[in-house]
Design a protein around this ligand. Structure first.
Ligand code: NDP
Length: 244
């Protein structure tokens, strides 16, 4: 809870795409938003303006999740005055290539943003949540982390790693009333997937369409707000039937 008395949701990677839809949905559910991003100030300012128009507070916080030092410097001072009730770890990148051509940079940039980033952020937040004896953590993984995807050995490894990390964390913090779950989207229309040709993916999707960010955000919102909640340590797909 923050100085306004409202609950706070920390949305990591909330400036664009799925994260933006999650931030807007949680704001509509009454949360003030700590919205983090890496460097797209314009997108972050636009999302903040949209949230503020609904009457909620939104703080934009730029830092690189791949850096422990930057993450700590950005979050620790804020945690002295407030504890987020909810944390959604959504930031992520893809650098696709077949393993035989993959550069060390393509491997490390993806793993450090998607997986190290989860550690770097959660390491700051979880202590405050443990002290508060409440919290909801939602980690955005991917179908690629559940089933593997050719051309995405780096991305699939990072997203599968998130599933393992979230399940282990769920075992550590469940007793303190901190619920940890994973959402695994399939193909969702965002900048990340803009270059994937629809005709290539549609035959794989039983619903015969790609998903919308709002469809991921609805599930995240449910996991963060539902009072009757016995869902913990689970991986829930939002994928139109792509993986089942
Ligand atoms: P976008 O590329 O649209 O947005 C990514 C967000 O993460 C932005 O807010 C971006 O900030 C932030 N970000 C990226 N790198 C860093 C970093 N090093 N430090 C801090 N913030 C960072 O992605 P999507 O909305 O498509 O995807 C969101 C999540 O959902 C990702 O984890 C992705 O892997 C996952 N996902 C997406 C799917 C899809 O089909 N789109 C499918 C399955 C999973 P900035 O704006 O400053 O760059």
């Amino acid at each position: 809870m923050g100085t306004t008395g409202n609950r706070i949701a920390l949305v990591v990677g909330g400036s664009r795409g799925i994260g933006r839809a999650i931030a807007l949905k949680l704001a509509a559910s009454g949360f003030d938003i700590w919205l983090t991003y890496k460097g797209n100030h314009e997108a972050a300012a636009s999302t903040r303006a949209e949230i503020e128009a609904t009457g909620r507070v939104c703080e934009t916080i730029p830092f690189d999740v791949a850096s422990f030092a930057e993450t700590e410097a950005a979050l620790l001072p804020r945690l002295e005055n407030a504890t987020p009730d909810v944390m959604v770890y959504n930031s992520g990148i893809a650098r696709d290539n077949l393993l035989m051509w993959m550069s060390p940079e393509e491997w490390h940039s993806v793993v450090s943003t998607n997986l190290d980033g989860f550690f770097n952020v959660t390491r700051q937040i979880v202590f405050a949540m443990l002290k508060a004896k409440r919290g909801r953590i939602v980690v955005i993984s991917s179908t690629s982390g559940q089933v593997g995807q050719a051309g995405q050995v780096n991305y699939s490894a990072s997203k599968a790693g998130l599933i393992g990390a979230a399940k282990a964390l769920a075992r550590e913090v469940g007793k303190k009333n901190i619920l940890v779950n994973v959402v695994a989207p399939g193909f969702i229309e965002t900048e990340m997937t803009a270059e994937i040709p629809a005709e290539q993916v549609l035959p794989l999707i039983p619903l015969n369409r790609v998903g919308r960010s709002e469809e991921v955000a609805s599930l995240v919102d449910f996991l963060c707000t539902e009072p009757n909640m016995y869902i913990h340590g689970q991986v829930i797909g939002v994928n139109g039937g792509l993986a089942m």
